[in-house]
Design a protein around this ligand. Structure first.
Ligand code: TYD
Ligand code: MG
Length: 452
């Protein structure tokens, strides 16, 4: 019997070591190095009788390289296509990460049931019956989608050779294992090996592969960081599980921009593409309520009108509470300090609660002005007109600062029927005329004067 070979891998960055040590010299993490069994045969190819890999590539002039073959596959899901940069490139490897239960399997199964290409959905997590039950909720009649429950890569490649699918979906990379490596599924060396087999397969046959990846509790894709380096595209599916909205974004894309964003709504019959998110994010209400303001924000390249709600009340206990949902609490404290110091509002003895509706988290600084407006409105108990919206950042000295792509925000507000938008005095606006009124302000006092 051959001697079992082992090696030590850092579970954080994937670096291999000859012996155990307390700290990884590569990523400087402590206690991340674990012993794993490895067994490398001479040949670790996806095919057993491999002849193609003998081919040696030659240097070519850039102008000589043929790109016409890079036709994109239409996935018949406009949000997904957009995030990928206009469809899936043949031979590319796409990794989709997200929290458990967020809808990764649902999203990819839905695509599998929809496309017109022959597609193989390999699941290592659910049985064929379970997948069928899920498929019945989404779209029961599809002739192109094949389901395989298998976790061994060699068996999967055997089935692929028989079936010759045009697209492959793997749910999930952490459940796969290869015969060439002896450690358990989900370990660093298995993930690395299975991914490299899949990459080799994808590049040699020009078949695109979609991988689902689990994430760790701090939000990174489980497995070595090199996993993200190896694949062509890394997508992230996120949202609050208790809310219906899901956002698909590209963290890395070799074939398109990472600014695009897809928005879905989770329904009883799968995920619905949301082509006009602003309409849903602004809640319907009778009459005007104090403490509500609408911000014209941008998520990636997409304008999104988001409603901000604030509640300011006298603190019952000694220390006033400050809490924010969907917004950075530290930034909220900073905005409150600016209101206190620069605009003379005494909020020190008040509780302040802030909520971004729809369960989304906003990083765009352009939301600052709407937050201040909502807080002031709640504090004074004066409602803001529901057809007003805001787009500006607040500086530490209370100045209203311009934000990027202001024109796009104005156009979105106009499209949705807003009557006025508040922007910074220093915003560079093109010389065109808009139907909505543009209020240019430079200080918080100006805002107070107009809305209160
Ligand atoms: P799932 O795709 O299994 O998540 P993941 O693969 O990311 O772990 O999604 C599961 C959740 O989606 C589950 O809690 C139920 C919900 N769901 C719907 O609301 N409607 C549907 O049509 C389907 C299929 C799932
Ligand atoms: Mg799943």
């Amino acid at each position: 019997m051959a001697k079992i070979k082992t090696s030590f891998f850092c579970q954080n960055c994937g670096t291999q070591f000859a012996k155990w040590q307390g700290q990884c010299t590569s990523c400087k993490e402590w206690n991340t190095i674990v012993e794993e069994v490895i067994q490398k045969p001479e040949k670790t190819s996806w095919k057993t009788n491999d002849t193609k890999s003998l081919r040696i590539s030659k240097p070519l002039k850039v102008s000589e390289i043929d790109t016409s073959k890079e036709a994109r596959i239409d996935l018949r899901d406009s949000e997904f296509n957009r995030v990928l940069g206009g469809g899936m490139v043949k031979g590319s490897l796409i990794l989709l990460g997200g929290e458990p239960g967020i809808g990764k399997s649902t999203l990819l199964l839905q695509i599998a049931l929809r496309v017109k290409h022959k597609i193989l959905y390999v699941s290592g997590e659910e049985s064929q019956k379970q997948i069928k039950m899920r498929a019945e909720r989404i779209n029961p009649n599809s002739d192109n989608c094949y389901i395989l429950t298998e976790t061994k890569t060699q068996n999967i490649f055997k089935q692929i050779e028989n079936l010759q699918p045009e697209i492959i979906i793997i749910d999930s990379i952490q459940t796969l294992h290869s015969d060439y490596i002896e450690s358990s599924a989900g370990s660093i060396s298995q993930i690395k090996e299975c991914t490299s087999e899949l990459i080799k397969f994808a590049k040699e046959t020009a078949t695109p592969v979609l991988l689902i990846g689990h994430i760790t509790k701090d939000g990174n894709i489980a497995g070595p960081k090199i996993l993200e380096h190896m694949v062509d595209t890394v997508l992230q599916f996120e949202g609050d599980r208790n809310h219906v909205f899901r956002i698909l974004r590209a963290n890395k894309n070799r074939f398109g921009s990472t600014n695009e964003l897809g928005i879905y709504e989770m329904q009883g019959s799968g995920l619905r593409e949301v082509s006009n998110p602003s309409e849903i994010l602004i809640s319907e209400k009778d009459g005007e309520l104090s403490g509500n303001a609408v911000a014209a924000t941008l998520e990636g390249l997409r304008p999104l009108m988001i409603e901000v709600q604030a509640l300011v009340s006298t603190a019952v206990y000694g220390t006033p509470q400050r809490s924010a949902t969907g917004f950075n609490a530290k930034r909220l404290n900073m905005l409150l300090a600016i209101l206190e110091k620069r605009a003379g509002f005494r909020l020190g003895a008040k509780d302040v609660f802030l909520n971004i509706t729809g369960g989304i988290t906003v990083d765009d600084p352009a939301i600052d002005l709407a937050i201040i407006a909502a807080i002031l409105s709640s504090n004074e108990d004066v409602p803001i007109q529901s057809d007003y919206c805001f787009a500006a950042e607040i500086g530490l000295s209370g100045e209203i600062r311009p934000v990027q792509r202001i024109e796009q925000r104005i156009l979105e507000a106009e499209k949705l029927g807003f009557k006025a938008i508040f922007v910074s005095k220093y915003s560079k606006l093109p010389e065109s005329s808009y139907q909505l009124g543009i209020h240019k302000i430079s200080k918080i006092e100006d805002l107070v004067e107009i809305i209160l």
